[in-house]
Design a protein around this ligand. Structure first.
Ligand code: BES
Ligand code: ZN
Length: 616
């Protein structure tokens, strides 16, 4: 049944009228019901009223006004719809329009098909969000740092926006938008746009550039901001703002580094919001306002590559966007590559090389667990949740592909190529085929001998890591490896030469420990106090190793971590480690039962499947 709509859309595509050739029709997206080649939104006006319960939970009442472009005058307007309650659907004059729902799909939700009159130019949908929607996480005061006010944030990527705004939820469909938000008294709403003004508890925002729907985002809570530069600020709860501002003091420098390499920053402001710890991701590149986990605040700037990453998406991802989720590597692979370049510029080559090396190590480990079809950059996600494509493959293999281009063609050549890629495709959504064509035309034809050294099809459609993937060498890691070998040969922690090691070196060390006896972990813990580490990456790596070795001195720390941190990247390996121990399933489930209500729906989905947990 699910295939019916896309097939129809394809037929419509094939017979489209000459009119449609002016605005190029986006490619088929198996993750949206919209038929943008017939009727598509150009601009969206949102009127949102937030109702928050003191103890957590709440709802958003919304009015979404779509200004539409009608390429096929006889076609209905189809929006994606999930877990919303419908109020009314009217045209620009307030006259009711007939709306019908298609069959539900677990991942995609439903199609809401709206019949249009000949003179319909705007469609106004009145709706309310429900508790079943996955896009909004409602936090109780205890889940915030301040502990006194509730909090909410939305997460749109990949296909969650439809569960808080009825719209054509495909990354190939770009719209400008504006919003008026009425927040509960005393709370401050922020959005992935430019704030235009406030009037009491009503705030207005606008995004004049066309963006894909997954980049519309809202957060609301007890928030304050601190300027870093004329165009950069950090937002956080009052209790977090000092730490956030000092940790993120290099934001402006990072923006300048990326501008110097890849062209102007085109979004006006670049702000960053530190969310409460239940945020399921490290970061989310919402335009003008990156959303980030507080677990990057290590106190020594050692985890700020995440900021470089989300900032880099202002070029790869937000300016030039994957047209469908199978092109996700164009967003993430490019972004990891740009991230490394920013890090090299601002923090030096040693740091950047270590980070590349850790990424490749993580890729190698994950590859072993993935079926061949999932080791492919241009992955087929039809019939699956696009979230399943969020592995190291699009990130690290994608970045390795660009490093391979750099190795063969030289840095200057590839930098210029990338800058042209961004310039010529600015504010559009692109497929893998578009990139391959551009690569051939803009880079490969310049030097066929060099081009012959790169097997593009193998990189993009093959599984595994191609043998010509550049492997970084780090002298700082060589030093770690020497100590690891000594430790494996029997040296005690106190005998190791670890003076001056930075976070990335400790991460290399922890990744190389393997599965030691718990007595040896106690010795390491005594010397290096890993269990008390305030660095979330070090702590997570350590806790995983400790669980696997049944080193139970970490139990209280582990429990606290799993009860407060909702970042899926950390939760997954820790629950996995628990599951792999004797009697671990019961232990994992006991913790999960308590912690689950605090996790975001996307983390719950992953962990439910992993733990075989059926809610209710
Ligand atoms: N855009 C992603 C987050 C994302 C991807 C959310 C797919 C939903 C679906 C973001 O830019 C990202 O990659 N975050 C990483 C951190 C980064 C430093 C690798 C994360 O959250 O782990
Ligand atoms: Zn990313």
């Amino acid at each position: 049944m699910r295939h019916l709509l896309p097939l129809l859309a394809f037929a419509a595509c094939a017979t489209k009228s000459p009119m449609t050739t002016t605005s190029s029709a986006p490619p088929l997206d198996p993750h949206s019901h919209a038929q943008p080649d017939r009727v598509r939104t150009q601009h969206l006006d949102l009127d949102l009223t937030i109702a928050m319960h003191e103890a957590g939970g709440g709802s958003v009442h919304g009015r979404a006004t779509h200004t539409i472009e009608r390429l096929d005058p006889s076609a209905p307007f189809i929006v994606d719809w999930k877990a919303l309650t419908l109020g009314s659907v009217t045209d620009q004059a307030g006259r009711p329009l007939t709306a019908t729902f298609g069959p539900p799909d677990e991942n995609l939700g439903m199609a809401l098909s709206i019949a249009l009159r000949p003179d319909t130019a705007k469609v106004v949908i009145d709706y309310t969000t429900t508790d079943e929607g996955d896009a909004i996480q409602w936090l109780s005061p205890e889940q915030t740092n301040g502990g006194t006010k509730p909090f909410l944030f939305t997460q749109g990527q990949a296909i969650l926006t439809r569960s808080w705004i009825p719209l054509q939820d495909s990354p190939g469909i770009r719209i400008s938008w504006a919003a008026r938000v009425v927040a509960p008294a005393g709370l401050v709403p922020v959005m992935s746009a430019i704030e235009r003004g406030r009037d009491g508890s009503a705030f207005t925002f606008s995004m004049p550039k066309p963006v894909p729907p997954y980049l519309i985002a809202l957060a609301c809570g007890n928030l304050v901001s601190r300027d870093i530069s004329g165009r950069c600020a950090v937002w956080a709860e009052p209790k977090t703002i000092d730490l956030a501002a000092s940790e993120l003091a290099d934001m402006e420098q990072m923006v300048q580094a990326c501008e110097q390499l890849f062209g102007p920053y085109r979004w006006g402001r670049y702000d960053l919001l530190i969310l409460p710890p239940s945020f399921p991701f490290g970061g989310m590149e919402n335009p003008c306002l990156t959303f980030a986990t507080p677990t990057i605040l290590a106190g020594d700037k050692s985890l700020v590559s995440l900021v470089a990453h989300e900032l880099a998406h202002s070029w790869s991802g937000n300016l030039v966007t994957n047209a469908t989720w199978r092109d996700f590597w164009l967003n993430e692979g490019f972004t990891v590559y740009l991230e490394t370049r920013i890090m090299e510029q601002v923090f030096g080559k040693d740091r950047a090389t270590m980070e590349v090396s850790l990424g490749m190590q993580s890729l190698a480990a994950e590859m072993k667990t993935l079926p061949a079809a999932d080791q492919v950059l241009h992955i087929d996600l039809t019939g699956r949740n696009p979230d399943d494509g969020m592995t190291d493959v699009p990130y690290q293999k994608g970045a390795a592909f660009l490093r391979r281009l750099e190795e063969v063609f030289g840095r200057a050549e590839v930098d210029a190529f990338l800058q042209r890629w961004f310039d010529e495709h600015a504010f559009t959504s692109v497929t893998t085929a578009t990139f391959v064509q551009f690569l051939q035309r803009d880079l490969f034809t310049k030097d066929p001998a060099k081009a012959a050294q790169i097997d593009v099809a193998k990189w993009i459609s093959g599984s595994g890591l191609p043998g010509d993937a550049p492997i970084p060498t780090s002298t700082l890691f060589a030093a770690v490896d020497t100590q690891l070998a000594a430790w494996r040969a029997g040296k005690t922690a106190g005998e190791l030469a670890t003076k001056g090691w930075v976070t990335q070196q400790w991460l290399r060390f922890l990744a190389g420990l393997g599965a030691p006896a718990k007595e040896r972990l106690a010795d390491l813990d005594m010397a290096f106090a890993f269990t008390r580490s305030g660095n979330s990456e070090i702590l997570c790596a350590w806790l995983g190793t400790a669980v696997r070795a049944d080193y139970r001195a970490v139990d209280r720390r582990l429990d606290l971590f799993l009860m407060t941190v909702g970042r899926r990247k950390f939760l997954k390996p820790l629950y996995e480690a628990l599951l792999a121990t004797n009697g671990g399933k019961e232990r994992a489930l006991a913790i999960y039962q308590r912690a689950r209500p605090r996790y975001h729906a996307v983390a719950q989905r992953t962990l439910d499947a992993m733990l075989g947990y059926t809610p209710r």
